[in-house]
Design a protein around this ligand. Sequence first.
Ligand code: ADP
Ligand code: GLC
Length: 494
Amino acid sequence: MKVLYVCAELFPFLKTGGLADVNAGLPPALQALGCEVRLLMPAFPAIAAHSRGTRPIALLPDGPQPWGPAPVLPAAAVALATLPVVATPLYLVQAPALYERPGSPYLGPDGKDWGDNALRFAALGWAAATLGQGLDPDWVPDVIHCHDWHAGLAPAYNRAFAEAGRYTPASVFTIHNIAFQGLFPRTVFPQLGLPASYFDVDGLEFYGQVSFMKAALWYADRIATVSPTYAREITTEPQGCGLDGLLRARAELLSGILNGVDYAIWSPDTDVLLPATYDVDTLPVKASLKRALQLDFGLEPRGQALVFGVVSRLTVQKGLHLLPQVIDELVQRGGQLALLGQGDAALEQAFIEASLRYPGQVGVRIGYDEATAHAVVAGADVIVVPSAFEPCGLTQLYGLRYGTLPLVRRVGGLADTVVDCTLENLDEGRATGFVFDDLSADGLLAAVRRAFALSRRPGQWVAVQRRGMGLRFDWPSVAKHYLFLYELLRPGAE
Ligand code: ADP
Ligand code: GLC
């Protein structure tokens, strides 16, 4: 089974969020199951700079296609390369006019989407579909597995080839976040090189615009998303971002497959970014990491303080606007906050103000830093993820492995992975963290109080820690689910 894995970011080279971690974790796990996986990514500088043995494969076709013109792109080619520490080969879409821009794969230095994003990511989809047509005669995929809107046109081009009578690979699309849809003005449509009929409500048209996300949901052979609960939520109006009707219509083709964790990177017993390591039997070491975290974040090094940690993009999605509203009570109860994040300017400001109000109790680091992320996940007592919506969420999974109890809202993948410390769950040995329902300061506060209550029962706290640390959300079992989907799509399988 040959799988072309199409994506826009990849840990440790280029990362804006959990998508990069997933793209690093899933392909090698598929490979271990016997799939032959190759990545396909734009040759962003951060990727191209690390590529080794790059050799040209072919120019992207720009001549007429059976249904009309090809996409109108600047000169673009596909090359094959390898990356250090990445076990799978990598096809690069080389189009300097589109990709030779440092920094975020999606945004310019002004923090706004690049104006030509439609073409930048159409090129990725076109490269995927034409590789499916034998652009590299030595390697033709059986499945094209696309991730998020960035790769959303691949299934559409693939379908266009199929409708023209060509053999095509199967296409699978994974939704990592339906809130980001790749919406563009209808005026770009003629440049995309798709059949004219695809700009339709029964196609990729979305309220008069072009939607890369809808293209994928309409034309992919199977759809997956990153947790079972999110798979249900996005078929409902409040969470479907306008695409719930389409997802309900295609519900039989939609699967919720929970992400995994790369435990080679996120394990407290082997973590190379920590000054000391620990596991269930050496939990006291965690206290020294807590002290180090407190000192690093300018917090009073009180061993008794319950330290709440946050590692997050600061956006509406993450529900973190609630946290400044409960900070008074959190501090009055003797708690502390160590927050690492960046994003929304108003949220950044709210946390900076909290840190000025409570010096020594609230420590805030605005920015993005991998080592500090590990220090917070390891050193805090509680990791807070109060999301408004959360397709999967990885930080709560990291928290579980590090004995840092997740405090989460019951939504998406958070609902699927954390079990609340109710009396009965504690009694039955199932509890792994703190879960609240209502997206409000009161909702969050109730969970914060529960965390304080459990902290006064150290024996139970350690039991909950140990339970979480023993759980595994590993990539090999996730890969089996995806392989099952691929197998369903084999010609003659259904
Ligand atoms: P999302 O992808 O929606 O941001 P996830 O929980 O899936 O949420 O993944 C977030 C990933 O990004 C995790 O690996 C987390 O450690 C990392 N991360 C988020 N914010 C920061 C930051 N400020 N510094 C370092 N890593 C961060
Ligand atoms: C998105 C989601 C997050 C998920 C990640 C990886 O960034 O916001 O919940 O964990 O993708 O699938």
